[in-house]
Design a protein around this ligand. Structure first.
Ligand code: ATP
Ligand code: MG
Length: 314
């Protein structure tokens, strides 16, 4: 059993150890004999909700990729649990997390650093530089939306033993921390994902492992684990949970066919179930949740309502 996985836990260590064993990641210690400084320990996620991993072994595959290659890429449609699993892996492995959404217009100043006020003493590090100095898990969400200038500056540090050159700060060279890991995630490049682009080729070459994500239930394939998740998280009757998942699976099928603009995540289905558990009629509750989440186009909303009614009135 690895020492740092056991000791650096900021979460309830017994339950975390059980999970480390359950997910079979005890042999992959990502910071052997090293405890992260107190200042960054608050960045280790805690209390990440339950994740359905059965049959996919995502936790094991991601942790293994980080152990051998220090970085990996996750690809899958919106809502398939990529962000959720990154939090879970960071929590189980005791890694402080630095999260950046590349789709937002985050500037190079925020990511690398800047001087504040007058004088050269007042430099503050940006998030990527903080990660590079202090280690932990850098999570670049929507990596294919990353601006070119940022991608170019990141490339050297992603050669696993790399470094960052701070051109803004007299070309200071910062070596990548030995326990600095990286996960990038993105939606697959396709016409339906507005704004998606193919991933920058240099960034692509630097990723050794690619893990594909998909929905738990889709079309006629209903995952009883997803039904269990809804029952557990919202305390609704199983019979109703099953119908909600059937609606979700059908919407996802149509989404993957290009007929709908969005496929609901398990989180979206839990929101719907929560209102039902509070006493709301399932069709009405769908109107307040899943229908609006799918689109604000009235015609599309009518199509979603139709699917809900077809399944709930059958
Ligand atoms: N396998 C799963 N087990 C439990 N919950 C899940 C699972 N997959 C997704 N969820 C839930 O569904 C919601 C969406 O998941 P998440 O945000 O991780 O998706 P994503 O793949 O990161 O989506 P995007 O590409 O839009 O960023 C969250 O509430 C998450 O907890
Ligand atoms: Mg995400």
């Amino acid at each position: 059993m690895s020492v740092s996985i056991t000791k650096s836990a900021n979460v309830d260590s017994t339950s975390r150890l059980d999970l480390v064993e359950k997910y079979r990641i005890d042999k992959y210690d990502l910071h052997p004999g090293y405890l992260f400084p107190q200042a960054v320990l608050s960045l280790v996620p805690r209390g990440t909700p339950e994740y359905i991993d059965k049959g996919f072994n995502y936790v094991e595959r991601i942790t293994r990729a980080l152990f051998y290659f220090k970085q990996c890429a996750l690809i899958g449609p919106s809502g398939t649990g990529k962000t959720h699993i990154v939090y879970l892996v960071a929590e189980l492995c005791g890694l402080p997390m630095w999260e950046i959404n590349c789709g937002l217009q985050t500037s190079a100043y925020d990511l690398f650093g800047r001087y504040i006020g007058l004088g050269k003493e007042n430099w503050i590090d940006g998030q990527i530089v903080m990660w590079c100095r202090q280690g932990g898990l850098l999570y670049l969400d929507e990596a294919n939306m990353m601006k070119q200038d940022i991608a170019t500056r990141l490339n050297p540090v992603l050669d696993t033993r790399g470094h960052i050159v701070l051109t803004e700060k007299d070309n200071e060279i910062i070596k990548r921390h030995p326990h600095g890991y990286l996960i990038i995630s993105m939606n697959p490049f396709s016409a339906e994902f507005v704004g998606t682009k193919p991933l920058n080729a240099a960034l692509r070459r630097r990723m050794s492992v690619w893990i594909n994500f998909d929905y738990l239930s889709i079309g006629d394939k209903i995952s009883s684990d997803e039904v269990d998740l809804l029952v557990k998280r919202s305390s609704i009757e199983r019979k109703i949970a099953e119908k909600i998942v059937r609606v979700g699976a059908e919407l996802r099928r149509q989404y993957k066919n290009g007929d709908l603009p969005y496929g609901p995540s398990p989180g979206d289905l839990i929101n719907w179930a929560t209102l039902v558990a509070d006493g709301c009629d399932p069709i009405e509750a769908a109107g307040e949740t899943i229908v609006g989440t799918t689109s604000d186009d009235v015609e599309i909303q009518a199509a979603v309502k139709h699917i809900v009614e077809a399944i709930f009135k059958s």
